[in-house]
Design a protein around this ligand. Sequence first.
Ligand code: AMP
Ligand code: GLY
Length: 461
Amino acid sequence: MVRGLGADEIPGKDCVLIIGKGAREDCVAELILASKRRVSIVVISEFETPGFLAKAKKVYKGPTDDPVFVRKVAAEEKPLFAFVGPEEPLAAGVVDALEEMGIPCVGPKKKLAEIEWSKSFARELLTKHRIPGNPKYKIFRTPDGIQDFLKELGAFVVKPDGLTGGKGVRIFGEHLHSFAEAESYARQILTLKRPVVIEEKLDGEEFSLQSFCDGTNVVDMPVVQDHKRAFEGDTGPNTGGMGSYSCADFGMPFLAGEDIREAGRINRAVAHALREETGGAYKGILYGGFIATRDGVRLIEYNARFGDPEAMNVLPLLKTDFVAICEAVIKGNLDELDVAFDRKFTVCKYVVPQGYPTSPEKDSPIGNIPSPSENLKVYHAAVDKKQSGEIHLTGSRAIALVAMGDTMSEAERTAEDAARSVTGPVRHRSDIGTRQLIEKRINHMADIRSGVVEPGFRDAV
Ligand code: AMP
Ligand code: GLY
């Protein structure tokens, strides 16, 4: 059943502008087109992916983070509203530019998106508003005291302030092997005129809690676990995310219900703190990256948008009309909508170029991309459709395959078979969603919590 559409439509406009370039936005486009509102879409993207070309009335190829370009397109198309997918346009003030023209947006204004584009702002907001979840941390604007704080922590993480696509964070024992090495990295960041956040290294299992937020009301989506490392067994360099899974009860087999409730409380408190701090309403997706530790839930970072791949786990499960949700986010009446999700397991696997992320294969053709079916979604990311009809790699994550099932193993098998069928110089992580890897997570958490295993999904997994 599709819920949520009322009679109160905004008349005279019939298209939605999507800003973004990847599989996440391809998924958003699919949901908008499936709305009862019968809107069309236009897209601003750096790539003309087959997904956008098939779905959009028009694809404007160009910079997504250039407010001038975005305003030009918006003036031409006069969209009902805009949906902003990635962090760069949010940080560049694209929402501010559109709202000045009277075009409402799903996506926060620049000042509110600071929760993502400045890690120091996020940490200080929690501290100032007494919101739990911060590890021990300090922000440095000069090298004074860095050595002492590294020694005090013993195990630490060094982060540049600002957007780095997840690639600027360096962790003791993985990328940094001594205090001297850590200090030198911190000094290097300072020379770029960026503050450095140094924080306690946390041990635990990470999870993502994405919430719809209308400035006042916060509605949580099912929890998802992403896989950042390039290779099987969580080895190799960090990537944008190689794949992810979610469970039919909207939790994780290694989390207690209280962990998820705590993360939800933190998301709510942050939405309200942002309003107090900036005087503005946060309208969009608030994504908390959390880690369950021996001492409870801690915050790793905030994102001011959907996760990629995490969006693709939860959006296909949505039973409520997505355009109705977007309108409620804009109008501030999410509390009047019944936002519901299907109780299915999901597994997303990204097919990526050989050599990704360090020296990815580019401009080679790939083939045999599976067709979507009832239990399989296929979303296009960094691929170009050539005039010949061939699909070429452009160097980043290429195709996301998202399977749904009544058990985790059913969803995993469907996603794995689909990922394996793609031909060309590509690879994917075969272990995402497998019983073996999920049991490793359960056992890791049980070790941390001194042997206590949460009752739950082992049978379903
Ligand atoms: P971020 O860009 O802040 O999401 O960090 C990228 C990745 O670094 C996270 O997904 C974590 O795996 C890791 N990380 C960040 N902060 C910490 C921390 N305080 N302790 C342990 N790992 C961390
Ligand atoms: N999946 C991690 C991110 O979207 O930042």
